[in-house]
Design a binder for this molecule. Sequence first.
Ligand code: GCO
Ligand code: MG
Length: 404
Amino acid sequence: MKIIAADVLVTSPGRNFVTLRLTTEDGVTGLGDGTLNGRELAVESYLRHHVAPLLIGRDAGRIEDTWQYLYRGAYWRRGPVTMAAVAAVDTALWDIKAKTAGMPLYQLLGGASRSGALAYGHASGRDVPEILDSVRAHLERGYRAVRIQSGIPGLDSVYGVDGAPGEAPAPVGGHPRPFEEVWDTPAYLRHMPGVFEAVRAEFGPALPLLHDGHHRMTPIQAARLGKDLEPYDLFWLEDVTPAEDPTALRLVRQHTTTPLAIGEVFNSLHDYGPLLGERLIDYVRSAVTHVGGVTAMRKLLDLAAVYGVKSGIHGPADISPVGMAAAIHLDLAVHNFGIQEYAPHSARTLEVFRPSYRFTGGLLHPSDEPGLGVEFDEEVAARFPYEPAYLPVNRLGDGTVHDW
Ligand code: GCO
Ligand code: MG
């Protein structure tokens, strides 16, 4: 079954998404997500100029071969742009294969290992009362696990806290340059234990609570935070140190029993090398969209399983519904599932992408539609052209650019 068309579709129904649509000679279409927040047009160009022409005439059934052809054939392997492009192709090919088989993708991955995938939502607030309200609102929407991000006294805005620029939904047509936030790690370290104490006091010991450090700490600072949060029994502490130095987690691990998660900015299985082998983490955080697609994610999760490490697939609103659907199929199928991040998309985004996955009783299910189970409406998408938008930049009080 030959591929006869490879269309790269960029749309911004509230934030930018890059979608690849492959069509076979039999008229079967497959969708893949290649969205790279703030650098979308680099992936679009890579796909349009360097990948799409190579796909025409190839056999859509040869998924592994196409993955290797694009990865090894480029010579310049890895990197977020390349791997998002490879992910888009790979995911679209899995969509085609599953549609052709007349099965939901999770069946091709081995079938369901559970009835649904536990999802966590993003609770946040500028202060403790706002956070408690946000947790309550999430529980009312059905969540059974929540990430807690908090405003910090003395700081005007903090990424991940509702109302702060850059978090879902990203500003449309917003900033011609990235918004700049001021950051203060000592103030953050002083403040966070009290926040978790208040949340535990209100919601009891059983609710899974997560927190994202967004790469802002040194190893010794992260070790201290992990220790200070131990009494509040976190499900995980995410991205505590800069991601390009995985061995930084050695020191953190020596000091704390708080479970650690990392990987949303990784783009290769190789980035996990020492983390798995030395048992420095508990959860892998890659997105299907950024690690190289369903093929690469399956390999990563199987490798992680060897070390008893579980999945925590990245699922913020900048992963399109296509990337989310791929994640949920994997969540249902793999044995070492941990949790799935789920930040629902805006109503406008759901006019363009029509996913069939469902969120009920705190669990995500991919549905039994053949393939990924997502439709893309090109006419609606055309109403929302690309809008320049960036992630924010972090600076310390004296102006020094800081990890973010
Ligand atoms: C998360 C994240 C995101 C990222 C975003 C960047 O854990 O969900 O840290 O909010 O910052 O995906 O584009
Ligand atoms: Mg994160």
